[in-house]
Design a protein around this ligand. Structure first.
Ligand code: SF4
Length: 258
């Protein structure tokens, strides 16, 4: 079975097609996955692999390991565009998320003041004040919205919460307006006998209405790039992504295709 991608808390730098040269911060276990979603396309595999034994890294461990890496890169003339919170699960599930963001800003300012800080979040913890404060402090607050239709989002992202709705998460994302980037995975396929397709005209119309409600700084569209735990998924071509992006742009929304 495909399992966790990252076996350390600080990883990289790696080249990200969306963000440039990126140093990763994984606030999830290094030997398991913890997420409030179980996306069919998750590069870290399904949640069924388990949470591992290492637990979440402490705030002090993250700070020490990040400082060690940044000071080493600085001493050796390394280049960096962004520090990115992603990894083997959802970073905002960490109980010290806001404090870790504060530490990261302080280390960034000391070692690489021009570098951006990005958080890739699945938007499920926007009901917490500390999480929202932390997200407002970073340069790129990138929030997932894969469909404005609850049934489609459920079939793509398999939320743990039985009460999850797209409508609810859209309202929570809308509090950020231009302080967020909305990220949408476009795909077709099948999972557990249910067909998935968020590229239909109806789906795109519903997404456009959601983007207009949120009014984000930018929308990022992308499709599958690596191996996925559900194998019956189809990558949406760059050409088709651009066509969908043009429909969205016609509504005055800035769109980046990754
Ligand atoms: S939200 Fe991210 S980490 Fe969680 S299952 Fe989906 S892709 Fe994986």
């Amino acid at each position: 079975m495909q399992t966790v991608l990252f076996h350390s808390t600080i990883f990289g730098p790696i080249h990200s097609r969306r963000l440039g040269t990126s140093l990763g911060v994984n606030l999830s276990p290094v030997d398991g996955k913890i997420c409030s979603f179980d996306c069919v396309y998750c590069e870290a595999g399904f949640n069924a692999q388990g949470q591992g034994k290492s637990g979440l890294p402490s705030r002090s461990t993250v700070r020490e390991e990040l400082e060690h890496k940044l000071s080493d890169m600085k001493a050796h003339g390394g280049s960096l565009d962004v520090i990115t919170f992603s990894g083997n699960g959802e970073p905002t599930l960490h109980p010290d998320f806001e404090g870790i963001i504060d530490d990261t800003i302080s280390l960034r300012n000391r070692y690489f003041p021009d570098v951006k800080i990005s958080v890739l979040s699945n938007s499920t913890r926007l009901d917490r004040e500390g999480v929202c404060r932390g997200l407002r402090k970073v340069d790129n607050n990138i929030l997932k919205l894969d469909s404005a239709v609850t049934a489609t989002m459920r079939s793509m992202d398999c939320p743990n919460s039985p009460s999850f709705t797209s409508e609810g998460v859209i309202e929570q994302i809308a509090q950020f307006k231009e302080q967020c980037v909305v990220q949408t995975m476009m795909l077709r396929g099948e999972h557990n006998g249910v067909k998935i397709d968020n590229t239909t005209p109806q789906e795109v119309d519903a997404l456009i209405a959601a983007y207009k409600r949120i009014n984000p700084r930018e929308v990022m569209l992308y499709s599958i790039d690596r191996k996925t735990p559900e194998e019956r998924l189809e990558k949406v071509s760059r050409e088709e992504l651009e066509q969908i992006a043009d429909r969205i742009r016609a509504n005055g929304i800035k769109v980046d295709v990754a």
